[in-house]
Ligand binder design. Structure first.
Ligand code: NAD
Length: 504
């Protein structure tokens, strides 16, 4: 942690509509993971700055909560247009600070853009219900009202999509927001925030603070924050959930994963191997929905050499270089961690079919690279199976039957995503019924739902009942108020005092 040098750009806070320089004494370098170039510096906001951001959101809520549907909707229509117009610039910033390929960076922005488009339909999403004549002359109806100041805490791996999972829907439903982006790659998030302000989000409605553990704890503890949405690792998410809910807040925490695929011998071999290689090794395995475990059932166990051959076709290089399939890991620490897992896998007795360590990447010898790595003969007691590696490392297990494979998956503590590859409708339906994982792909390796639905990771991958977008998030960001109403004509004659509770 250092004080920023004059020639390195600093990342600003957004407080009450102003992009301001932090008075922080702690700063962190934002580093290009392919080159180690320092791209900028991010402050660890002071407690006073965090309080100022929350106060500005609390003040703005007084008017924003009453803003008409049309005004809210049109801001997000404008916002989606601005994101589209700036797509290339956003992707370039994202690739420079995060490492993923430019095509994948555009995908990251695009999946967030879909939530912005969804937010612009808020008029239809935030409808209440009404029942006419629940008793003589009495109607009951519901209002979905915003909560107040909400907050979001985001991870490094989708620095565009995940902030866009959060603040557009929170703000469209009438809340105000404090965002705490990942301190590892906050620059694309800030460009998206600038575009949100340009689209017309008023001062105080969206605020941004930066930092790490202390900023997150301050959000969990702050008395004026009503709800916290978190995406990140399981240990941190569990801490955030406990701390925020103990402080009386709503919380939803989308957390770590160990996503398994089952391959049946009747699957379309070429399609299946392509899908698995793309999912396991794309984005350098740093996707919460990446397939990191494959269970080959029956004769499909013989497909390992072909899977290795597919993995070998993927090109490791800097994300902005043409033809790159696998970019660098986010940091030198992440690289050391993933290399440590590969060593552990070898010493625990798994068979290292493909070793991606120390790839030659011409011109980028300082990059945090590891190429596709594949272990076979993995057992469920090994650390490479139990832990989330978050790198391009695929663990291959075998099973005699689909039911044996389902047992392995259902016994794993995590439940973010899973997939089955088969040509049998009956087998796929059996899998769909018996598997205890929140997001299921049938011949689809990364089944992330579009925002018409919600992101529905389950078990150890999620805390809180409601997902981060789709219909569920409207529930998360609103309080249902139920009104039972009776109106009297002026000349209606009153009866005796009614001491019973029945309305007829
Ligand atoms: P992380 O948990 O290290 O960080 C997430 C956020 O928490 C960051 O904003 C960070 O500043 C903050 N933080 C870090 N350490 C903290 C601490 N000790 N106390 C309080 N706050 C802390 O996660 P990451 O490495 O940035 O992201 C990768 C993880 O996120 C993986 O586990 C991945 O599976 C998960 N993830 C899950 C989903 C999902 O939808 N389930 C989506 C994306 C990523």
């Amino acid at each position: 942690m250092t004080t920023p040098a004059a020639n390195i750009p600093t990342v600003k806070l957004l407080i009450n509509g102003e992009f301001v320089e932090s008075a922080a004494t702690e700063w962190k370098d934002i580093i290009n993971p392919a080159t180690q170039e320092v791209l900028g510096r991010v402050p660890f906001a002071t407690q006073d700055e965090i309080n100022a951001a929350v106060s500005s959101a609390r003040e703005a809520f007084k008017t924003w909560r009453k803003t008409s549907i049309g005004v809210r909707s049109r801001i997000f229509l404008k916002y989606q247009q601005l994101i589209r117009e700036n797509m290339s610039e956003l992707a370039a910033i994202l690739t420079a600070e995060q490492g993923k390929t430019l095509a994948d960076a555009e995908g990251d922005v695009f999946r967030g853009l879909e939530v912005v488009e969804h937010a612009s339909a808020i008029g239809n999403l935030q409808l209440g219900e009404m029942a006419n004549n629940v008793a003589g002359g009495v109607d009951t109806y519901t209002l979905l009202q915003p909560l107040g100041v909400c907050a979001g805490i985001t991870p490094f791996n989708f620095p565009a999509m995940i902030p866009l999972w959060m603040f557009p829907m929170a703000i469209a439903t009438g809340n105000t927001f404090v965002l705490k982006p990942s301190e590892q790659d906050p620059m694309v998030t800030m460009r998206l925030v600038e575009l949100a302000v340009e689209a017309g989000i008023p001062a105080g409605v969206l605020n941004v603070i930066h930092g790490g553990k202390d900023a997150v704890n301050a959000i969990c503890d702050h008395k004026d924050i009503k709800a916290v949405s978190f995406v990140g690792s399981t240990p941190v998410g569990t801490h955030v959930y406990n701390r925020a809910t103990q402080a009386g807040k709503r919380a939803q925490c989308m957390m770590g994963a160990k996503n398994h695929a089952i391959v049946m011998p009747d699957a379309n071999k070429e399609q299946t191997l392509n899908a698995i290689a793309g999912s396991a090794f794309g984005a350098a395995g740093q996707r919460c929905m990446a397939l990191s475990v494959v269970i080959l059932v029956g004769e499909s166990a013989e497909w390992i050499p072909e899977l290795v051959a597919k993995a070998k076709t993927l090109k490791v290089n800097a994300g902005h270089e043409k033809g790159t399939d696998v970019g660098p890991l986010i940091s030198t620490a992440a690289k050391a961690r993933v290399y440590g897992f590969v060593e552990a896998g070898v010493s625990e007795g798994a068979r290292l079919e493909l070793d991606g360590r120390n790839p030659k990447v011409s011109g980028y010898d300082k990059g945090n690279f590891i190429g596709p790595t594949l272990f076979s003969q993995v057992t469920t007691d090994m650390s490479i199976y139990r832990e989330e590696i978050f790198g391009p490392v695929l663990c291959v297990l075998t099973a005699k039957s689909m039911d044996d494979a389902i047992d392995i998956i259902n016994t794993n503590t995590l439940g973010n995503g899973t997939a089955v590859f088969t040509r049998s409708g009956a087998a796929a339906r059996h899998f769909q019924e018996e598997i205890d994982v929140g997001q299921v792909g049938i011949n689809v390796p990364i089944p992330v739902p579009v925002p018409l639905f919600s992101f529905t990771g389950s078990r150890g991958s999620k805390l809180g009942d409601l997902g981060p977008y789709g219909k569920q998030v409207v529930q998360f960001y609103t309080q249902t108020k139920t009104i039972t109403a009776r109106w009297f004509d002026e000349d209606e004659v009153g009866g005796p005092v009614n001491t019973t509770i029945t309305l007829k």
